[in-house]
Write a protein that binds this ligand. Structure first.
Ligand code: SF4
Length: 324
């Protein structure tokens, strides 16, 4: 893979970097010995990034760009991102429209597994990196394709992660897409600030936030909603995942994760955010993700598939109303 050739800054920066945009850039004690000290002290690093315009132009053929966020790990964000992508691809297949997924969960890229394309090699041509086709109208680009093995951990500091996100946005050769879903790491980190910085000027449609019904997860979702409001990312809505388990034999529903404070629906009312729906626990979803299959295609009449279909109807309504 090529290096980030437009970036003249070294990505090896001290742990306590005050931030290249801060007034202390190049002057703080943490900057002593940093290879970027001269550039930061001169104020050059504080200039608008010229790649923002390059990315805007590069992504102009992607109609809707959606971030998939979660307050914490383990709520099934990548599963939801993968199954919504599959459901949208099925929905737009007859119209020959393309759906893309971009996995920037640098420390835990799961989408190659969810889409059954782990171990695939990304090819590079004159027009950039070619995403991997999962289906005729569904393609994926993931950091997972760039790691030597699935067991490899990515131990990168902020600037290097951010450089990779920029490279993904600038160098992946997407076709004309109807939707691009971006699977992000849990929480609100440097990666989120980077993706928002680059995607907003290119027309970021909004964010879908995934949670489970428990208060411990909802607490972090409230922070995620506050983050979106602060950085000006519209919230398309919240998905409550793992919302009850309907026994396929006796049909009795059990609450595996009890919604002690009313669950995501009540939180959405309180925070004036759209509730997109509840996806029940179904062991077959996990099985489909392990086998890289589309759950909504394999089990179209299950309650979870119907939930996914309702969710994408709400997403489509939002995108129609709120434009490109
Ligand atoms: S010189 Fe710049 S990049 Fe290096 S630590 Fe200071 S602000 Fe960060």
């Amino acid at each position: 893979m090529s290096d980030d050739s437009n970036n003249t800054m070294s990505q090896e920066v001290p742990e306590h970097c005050p931030g290249t945009q801060s007034s202390q850039a190049g002057k703080s004690s943490a900057c002593q010995g940093c290879p970027n000290q001269n550039i930061c002290a001169s104020g050059q690093a504080n200039q608008p990034d010229p790649d923002i315009e390059v990315i805007k132009d590069h992504l102009k053929n992607i109609k809707y760009k959606i971030l998939v966020l979660s307050g914490k790990g383990g709520v099934g964000k990548s599963t939801v991102c993968g199954q919504i992508s599959y459901a949208l691809a099925a929905q737009y297949e007859s119209q020959n429209k393309q759906i893309g997924a971009l996995d920037i969960d640098i420390c835990g890229p799961s989408l190659p597994q969810v889409f059954g394309v782990q171990g695939e090699q990304v090819h590079q041509s004159g027009s950039g990196w070619s995403p991997i086709f999962v289906d005729e109208n569904l393609s994926l680009m993931s950091i997972g394709f760039l790691l030597p093995s699935l067991e490899d951990a990515v131990i990168w500091r902020g600037p290097k992660k951010n450089g990779m996100i920029k490279q993904f946005l600038r160098d992946v050769d997407w076709e004309e897409l109807e939707y691009l879903l971006v699977d992000t790491p849990p929480g609100t980190s440097d990666e989120h600030l980077s993706i928002v910085q680059y995607l907003k000027p290119a027309g970021l449609t909004g964010a879908i936030i995934v949670t489970t019904p428990q208060e411990v997860s909802l607490l972090d979702v409230r922070k995620e909603i506050t983050f979106c409001k602060k950085v000006g990312v519209p919230i398309i809505g919240v998905v409550e995942n793992m919302s009850g388990f309907a026994c396929p034999k006796c049909k009795i529903e059990s609450k595996i994760f009890p919604p002690s404070t009313g669950g995501a629906e009540k939180m959405c009312e309180e925070m004036n955010v759209t509730f997109l729906g509840k996806v029940p626990i179904d062991p077959l979803i996990g099985q489909c993700c392990d086998e890289g299959k589309s759950f909504v295609k394999e089990f179209p009449n299950s309650p979870a598939s119907l939930a996914y279909k309702n969710i994408i109807t709400k997403i489509e309504k939002y995108t129609e109303l709120n434009g490109e």
